[in-house]
Each structure stands twice: as C-alpha cells, then as structure tokens.
Design a protein around this ligand. Structure first.
Ligand SMILES: [Zn+2]
Length: 452
C-alpha cells in the first residue's frame, strides 16, 4: 500500500481556513477577530468611554453595531509626532440576506425570501446547501409585556443574540435545462424570484420557523429585528493536487482582515511597545459603498484616532489632527489574478499570478488610492520583507473596482496604498486564492507595523 500523500504544511493558510469558517457574517468576523486579539492580550474599550491610553497598551474598539472593529497597539511617542500605521480591510462580502418578511409559500414549498448585498455572482448561490447566521434583536419587556426604556438615552432596551445554524437548512434550486433550453447561452437570473431559498417542502411556514428556531436556539418567530444571512455550507479548503490553493466563500475581504490581524499580533511579539501607534481597521459595508454608521465613510476611525492622539501622554499639546500628516494606510483588498481560461481579460503587463507575490493596484481615475509615492513606500516594505510585488492596472476598456482606500485616504488626508492578494472568481461563493500568498501579505504588513 502506498501512503496517502499529504498536503504540504502552509501554517498561515491552514489557520486562516479555520478562522474563515467561523467568520461567516460581518458580526461573526468581528467576534472571530476578538478571540484572536484577546488571546494576544488586547482588551476591549467602549466607544462611549474616554480613550486615554498608555504606551504599549493593546486595545480594541467595536462599533456599536458589532460589524466594524479597530485594534490598536499604542506607541511610546505621540501620534502627533509619528503618525499612525494603519492597515485597513473590510468585514462584509457579497451575499444573500433575509427580507423583512422572509416567509413565503409557493409550489408546495416554504421559502426564505432574500435580498442581496453587494455585487454577488448570482449563479454561484444555486444548488448548494445553505446554512443561516446573523443577529437577532428583541425589545426587553417586563412580565406584563410592556417595553422597557433606558433611563438615560430614552430608547427601548434591546437584546442581541448572535446565531449560527451550521447545517443545510435551505437550498436555491436552479431551473432544469429542459425548462429553459437557452440557459447556457442567456440564463439571466432575476434576483426578485430566482434567488429565494427553499426552506422546507410543504406549506406550513409557522411550524418550519419553529423548527429553525429550535436549531438556532432563539425564537425567530418572536424576533423584533434581525440581520440574517444565508451562508454557503461548504467549509473553505485547500485545493489543487499540491494543495497550493484555498477555495472558499468570503476571501474578499476576510483574507485581508486575517492577514492584518495576524500581522498586528505578530508585531506585538516582535516589539511589545512600538515607537509609533499601530492600527488595524476593519469596516463593514465596503461592498455597498461604505456609507453606513460603521463603514469606512463614517467618522468611526477618524474620531477614535483623534481622541487617542489628544489624550496620548506624550502629546506636547499639539493639535490631535496633526497626527494625520505622518499617517500611512495600507488598504488591503483582494486583487484579480490572471485567469487561465480568460487570460485576455488582463492587460498582459499588469496580470498578477496566484502564488507569485502580493499585488499593488493603481487607477488614475482614483478608484484606488495608490500614488507614485505610496507605490514606492510599498516597494520598500516588500523588499525588506523579501516578498515579490506584482502590479495590477485594469484594462482601460473595462470598468475598475474600488476599495476603502480612496475613502480612508480622503477622510484622514493620509497617504494610502491599495494592495491585495491575487484571486479568481471574486464575489463567488467559492473564490480561490493562493495558499502561499497569505504568508507573503502578512510578512509585508508585519514589516509595515514594525517599521524596519
Ligand atoms: Zn473587497
């Protein structure tokens, strides 16, 4: 008997796969970040409390909606002297979420009606087992059923439960080719009708919702509000005969959240009290344009950075905002690798390859924040980290995507570079990246944080 060959160990990728499986919605991603941060000695600070800090302090601040998080290692010197070193990425991914009234009955089935978030590849949601995860909110009521109010804020009191049903509770069946002979050539998928998920056979929505509630451990039929996502059930996995690829949902952009988080934790081990304050900023809602209370367009990051600079013990009374003059941001989001079946979709001189290094992205219509100056900064970081750097400029006859890069650059007036790892099938439920590229990205971010 021959021994079964094992995949080569790629520790960064293997740890990422387990973490990514946990991070199935933005709130689960924030929770998964918190676990890593707490294990590395970071402590939570409340956004509503004062943000006086001490050098070497490790802290994180979660936005009240639970979908965005900032983690910081406070430097010895005031940010007004050094600027901040920021790595930014996003916690949301294109997906299907439940409508306000999700239950509907058609053709002898009970369905969960969906609405989409971001530019998802619709067909990638068909014919795959789906779980459910997200948050469920309830008004706090007294024994007589009367809603209770906060004494100070005057708002109804709420509870929030994070739930996950990690089993196949729904499926979105495709239409047989016999009923649409042109589907391989045309095959438009109308999101109003064609992306609703079959949740049970039979027409008893109330009984089915009770069954789902039992699996979720929370009474979904009594929920006063929810953010519930359908979640592809397939666990991320190493693929390719050599195991050199990773296929899974949500690489965009949780792969970059993972690398930023890992680099921040590694930087603490390298140097517990840095000179300059290090920041990892992970935002919700990038896929829909970032204009939410916790998105990159909000004041969340800027407010926290101003407050920390103002209260830093080394601040000699300088304006806190002067910290942004020296601040640099790495905006990390996934990049399009050249596709072996469609190589012509890339400019051949700007065609990043999987497992051949990280990518700098440039767009002179300012869809990316990279400038000549920040591209040169990244060259210096990659050289020091011994990581190859590839270049991406989208074909000039195609529209270019965008990132949080231009938004953070504009809100802080800070120098920013857009970078990422190359991947295929962006916004599919089964995206593929290079297993070796994660360690390369972490090494570059770590060098950035450590600053040598
Ligand atoms: Zn992205």
């Amino acid at each position: 008997m021959t021994k079964k060959a094992k995949n080569q160990q790629i520790p960064g990728a293997d740890r990422y796969i387990d973490w990514l499986h946990e991070a199935c919605t933005p709130q689960h991603a924030v929770t998964a970040c918190v676990q890593q941060l707490q294990a590395a000695g970071f402590a939570e600070r409340d956004l509503a409390d004062d943000l006086a800090t001490t050098p070497g302090e490790r802290l994180y601040v979660i936005h009240p909606d639970g979908k965005s998080i900032l983690a910081l290692v406070i430097g010895e010197r005031s940010p007004t002297a050094t600027g901040y070193a920021i790595v930014g990425a996003h916690t949301d991914s294109p997906d299907l979420r439940l409508r306000l009234n999700p239950l509907q009955s058609t053709a002898g089935t009970t369905q969960l009606a969906t609405q989409f978030h971001g530019g998802l590849i619709r067909r990638s949601w068909l014919d795959r087992p789906l779980g459910l995860a997200g948050s469920v909110y309830n008004v706090v009521r007294n024994k007589r059923g009367v809603p209770q109010f906060h004494a100070l804020t005057g708002q109804p009191m709420l509870t929030r439960r994070l739930i996950r049903v990690d089993e196949a509770i729904a499926i979105i069946p495709d239409l047989a080719i016999h009923l649409d002979r042109e589907k391989n050539d045309k095959g438009a998928i109308n999101p109003q009708n064609a992306l609703n998920a079959v949740f049970a056979s039979g027409n008893d929505p109330d009984a089915m919702l009770k069954l789902l509630s039992a699996k979720a451990g929370v009474a979904l039929d009594e929920a006063d509000g929810f953010d519930l996502h359908l979640v592809p059930l397939q666990k991320p996995m190493r693929t390719g005969v050599d195991g050199s690829l990773v296929t899974g949902a949500r690489h965009d952009d949780l792969a970059m959240v993972w690398c930023g988080l890992d680099a921040l934790v590694q930087s603490v081990h390298a140097e517990p009290t840095p000179v300059r304050t290090r920041v990892a900023a992970f935002f919700d809602a990038e896929e829909t344009g970032s204009t939410t209370s916790s998105g990159a367009s909000s004041s969340f990051l800027r407010d926290v950075l101003v407050r920390i600079a103002r209260r830093h013990p080394d601040n000699p009374g300088k304006d806190a905002e002067s910290a942004f003059a020296q601040t640099v941001c790495l905006s990390a989001d996934m990049a399009h690798a050249q596709h072996p079946n469609f190589p012509e979709m890339h400019d051949k001189y700007h065609a990043p390859l999987i497992n051949q290094g990280i990518v700098v992205k440039s767009n002179t219509a300012d869809r990316y924040a990279t400038t000549g100056e920040t591209a040169a900064l990244l060259v210096g970081l990659c050289e020091a980290a011994q990581v190859p750097l590839q270049a991406f400029v989208t074909r000039q006859d195609l529209a270019c995507g965008t990132t949080i890069g231009p938004i953070v650059a504009a809100s802080l007036a800070a120098r920013t570079v857009d970078l990422g790892c190359p991947m295929w099938a962006m916004h599919s439920t089964a995206e593929t990246l290079g297993a070796h590229d994660l360690d390369a990205m972490t090494a570059v971010m770590r060098t950035f944080f450590v600053g040598r």
